[in-house]
Structure formats: structure tokens, C-alpha cells
Design a protein around this ligand. Structure first.
Ligand code: G3P
Ligand code: MG
Length: 242
């Protein structure tokens, strides 16, 4: 049997080489031949979905404080690039809609929900994906598995994934006991082996380990047959896979 190459999924874009979760980072991932990207989302005070990893603006912008305590207009004033390198000065905290506008339709997008915001994120994100007609090709994932279950129950057409960093005794069985149809497993790459991947495949689930940056780990993930690899260096992974 010919083994399929895993998809190249740029973590926060191409976070190793550009300021994470900015349009520059997503554009670079695409340029480097990624098949898709992973990004993280939060809600602003006025209910807009923005792309940022942390709950606060301190680490990746020249602002500070909780995202959810600030309105979009104020967050948009901030510089989200110069903390990484001066050449990226002027990058902004993107709206989720801007990322979708930037990338072509067939490009795989994995939206990681960092917080449910008492259900407001679920509603906002599902409404956004419905409006865009993207429910069926975007994978929503989270460490908050109850949130993923609620999203799937609210919108059966949504594709949801479980993110985790534990070496579960039976990865596929864990997903199945949520009682909803889980599209994908997103394990930490340390805690996944061939048996886990085979178990997921037999149960009809994709496996997207994170965050894999070294060549020896690209090799191991490829050998065990994962569906896609989430990496800070999509260019390196693309070169490795050939
Ligand atoms: O979605 C994979 C990975 O991004 C999960 O961890 O902290 O990098 O968002 P984190
Ligand atoms: Mg993430």
C-alpha cells in the first residue's frame, strides 16, 4: 500500500519565522507550500473573533491586558509584529475573517478555540463558518472537549477535533466516549504512536499532532502514518516530505 504523505499544517502560520498568528505568518506558510494552517482565536469585548494565542495582548503586541476586556477598534491600533522582528512592524492582530479572505478556499484551516466565553465563542464561530459556507472544510479544535461536544451538537455539519497533551490509554476510545462524531485527534506528538494512529484510522478519525519542528520527529510522525503535521516551520517540513 502506498502511504499518503501527511499534510503540512503551519502552526500559528509559520511561527518559527514570522510573528505568530499574523497575516504575514499565514501568507508565509502558504508561500512555503503548506497545505493548511492552525490558528488560535479569542473574542473581543464587542464580540469579534480575533486571532491570537494568549488571553492577553502583552506577549505578542505592544499593548497589554485581556483581549476580552477590550474592543476591536482599540486592539486594531496595536502592533503585533515588531516584538518578533522590526521588519514585521505594522502587522495587526487579525480578525478571523481577514485570514479567511487571505487564503484560497481549498486551503485547510484549523481554528483552535482557546476559550468558550460562556458559549459566546461557539455561537460566533458557528455563525461565521455558516456565513462563509466553510462549515464542512474547517476543523475546529480545542483543549476544551466539552466545548467541542457542544459545538458538534449545535451544528452536526461542523468538524471538531480534540486537542490534548496526555498519553491516553486508548486515544480513539476516548474520542468515541464523548458521544459525538469527532473528526480528528490533535495529540502532543510525544504521546502518539502507530497503534494510536491505526486505532484512530479504524475509527475514521484523522490525526494531527502538534508541534513538530525537528527532522527526526517529522520522520517518526510520517512513519506512524499521521494525517497531518502541525509545525512552526512549514517550509522545512515541505522540503523534508519532498
Ligand atoms: O493546535 C495545536 C497547538 O496549537 C496547541 O497548543 O498552545 O500551541 O495553541 P498551543
Ligand atoms: Mg494553537
Amino acid at each position: 500500500m502506498i502511504k499518503q504523505k501527511p499534510m503540512v499544517i503551519g502552526h500559528r502560520g509559520a511561527a518559527g519565522e514570522a510573528p505568530e498568528n499574523t497575516l504575514a505568518s499565514f501568507a508565509l506558510a502558504a508561500e512555503q507550500g503548506a497545505d493548511g494552517i492552525e490558528l488560535d482565536v479569542h473574542l473581543t469585548k464587542d464580540g469579534e473573533i480575533v486571532v491570537c494565542h494568549d488571553y492577553t495582548l502583552d506577549r505578542t503586541t505592544n499593548g497589554s491586558g485581556l483581549i476580552v476586556a477590550q474592543n476591536l477598534a482599540d486592539i486594531r491600533e496595536l502592533d503585533a509584529g515588531s516584538w518578533f522582528a522590526d521588519s514585521f512592524r505594522g502587522q495587526r492582530v487579525p480578525l478571523l475573517s481577514e485570514v479567511f479572505d487571505l487564503l484560497p478556499k481549498g486551503f485547510f484551516i484549523n481554528v483552535e478555540v482557546k476559550h468558550a466565553y460562556e458559549g459566546r465563542m461557539e455561537q460566533a464561530l458557528l455563525a461565521f463558518l455558516r456565513d462563509r459556507g466553510r462549515l464542512e472544510d474547517v476543523v475546529i479544535s480545542s483543549f476544551d472537549h466539552k466545548c467541542m461536544r457542544r459545538m458538534k451538537q449545535a451544528e452536526p455539519a461542523a468538524k471538531v477535533g480534540l486537542l490534548y497533551a496526555s498519553n491516553l490509554v486508548d486515544h480513539a476510545a476516548y474520542a468515541q466516549q464523548t458521544g459525538v462524531d469527532v473528526f480528528s485527534l490533535h495529540p502532543h506528538y510525544h504521546y502518539i504512536d502507530k497503534e494510536d494512529v491505526d486505532g484512530a484510522a479504524a475509527a475514521g478519525m484523522a490525526v494531527y499532532p502538534y508541534t513538530v519542528n525537528r527532522e527526526e520527529d517529522f520522520q517518526r510522525m510520517t512513519d506512524i502514518g499521521v494525517s497531518g503535521i502541525i509545525t512552526d516551520y512549514p517550509g522545512r517540513l515541505r522540503k523534508f516530505l519532498g
